[in-house]
Design a protein around this ligand. Structure first.
Ligand code: ACO
Length: 323
């Protein structure tokens, strides 16, 4: 089996920033409630003409430049998203042309909601392990602003748009140490977008194409599940609490993230948090946070990172990485 390591990271956020104050004018909420209950102060919103592949393209170019590569060095492209450009071709296939990646590369999208990036990373890792790919571009990109009911205060204050990317390359020693993926569809009513193409356009009435969430119930499942996931990841690698250098969590809620850091035995300074400025960008949130902490110099080569996510499905997953 080959090994794989993260060669570089990249990210992109749309220019337009929506502060909590703007939401106060739209729905019955306050800046204080949003900050206290979620940790979110602002989020970026895509311009009307920007689609998922536009955001993904910027993040990808950023990661390719950081690695000093050309587009034809990439032979596998996976995009994690729940908000693709169109039904088909996949967002990944559309990016092949836009990024000028050679014809014949592997390209497809992965749908696992907020856990999508961890799922995509696991898949890319397996391609490299088995020799099916040498260098994979793994992107999380979302335009959640398009699937929000902007009159529903229980969801519209939570999400934002953005994209993050990593380049995973074959390496002599292991960078990706272990991945742990799980799913269970039994609690789907707690968190969903209850409409899709095969349900028929005639059934798409007001609000049905938007995120619907019983937040408090999701919160409790997320904290419990992520706690068990951290224990599973540590045990699989024969590690103790406190052994990890950085927690790079899915950025849904500062209270969920902090609970996971406590479970890991990490001080909060060792948790990468972008939720204040990005909100929840679903599959984009982990690579966005990772890129921030790599570029500002907090995360250094050789350090041990734990990436984890929980999202609709429910889906959940983690990756332990020697950066
Ligand atoms: N402003 C003011 N009040 C609000 C708002 C708001 N924006 N939203 C809800 N409230 C009210 C509720 O109506 C409720 O009022 P009541 O007590 O009079 O009934 C009160 O605030 C408390 O509501 P809760 O839902 O209990 O608030 P909670 O503390 O649980 O916070 C939140 C809500 C932020 C949604 C939290 O539950 C959460 O983060 N849940 C998990 C989200 C998550 O991790 N999702 C998975 C990933 S997302 C994905 O996969 C797409």
């Amino acid at each position: 089996m080959n090994h794989a390591r993260i060669q570089s990271t990249g990210s992109y956020l749309p220019d337009s920033v929506m502060e909590n104050a703007e939401l106060e004018a739209r729905v019955d909420t306050t800046d204080a409630w949003i900050r206290e209950r979620t940790g979110i102060a602002r989020r970026h919103i895509a311009a009307p003409e920007q689609t998922c592949s536009d955001l993904a393209q910027h993040a990808a170019l950023n990661a390719i430049a950081a690695a000093g590569l050309q587009a034809d060095d990439i032979d596998c492209l996976i995009v994690a998203t729940s908000t693709p450009d169109q039904v088909f071709p996949s967002t990944a296939c559309r990016l092949i042309e836009r990024l000028n990646i050679p014809s014949g590369a592997i390209a497809f999208d992965v749908a696992a909601a907020c856990s999508g990036f961890v799922y995509a990373l696991d898949i890319a890792h397996r391609f490299i392990q088995t020799g099916g790919a040498k260098r994979a571009l793994v992107i999380g990109a979302e335009v959640f602003s398009r699937i929000l009911d902007w009159s529903d205060r229980s969801t519209c204050v939570l999400f934002g748009d953005g994209a993050g990317a990593v380049i995973l390359e074959a390496a002599p020693s292991a960078g990706i140490l272990s991945t742990h993926l799980h799913a269970d569809g039994r609690q789907e009513p707690l968190l969903n977008v209850p409409w899709g193409i095969s349900q028929g356009y005639e059934n798409l009435d007001g609000g049905r194409g938007n995120v619907s969430m019983r937040g408090n119930e999701v919160f409790r499942v997320a904290v419990r599940t992520l706690g068990a996931l951290v224990d599973e990841t540590l045990a699989a690698n024969d590690l103790q609490r406190g052994d990890v250098d950085w927690l790079v969590p899915h950025q849904a809620n500062i209270r969920i993230m902090s609970a996971t850091a406590r479970q890991l035995g990490l001080p909060l300074e060792r948790m990468v948090s972008t939720v204040e400025d990005h909100g929840n960008t679903s599959a984009a949130s982990i690579p966005l946070a990772l890129d921030c902490a790599v570029r500002d110099g907090r995360i250094q080569r050789g350090e041990l990172l734990l990436l984890e996510a929980f999202g609709a499905g429910f889906t959940w997953g983690s990756a332990l990485i020697r950066y």
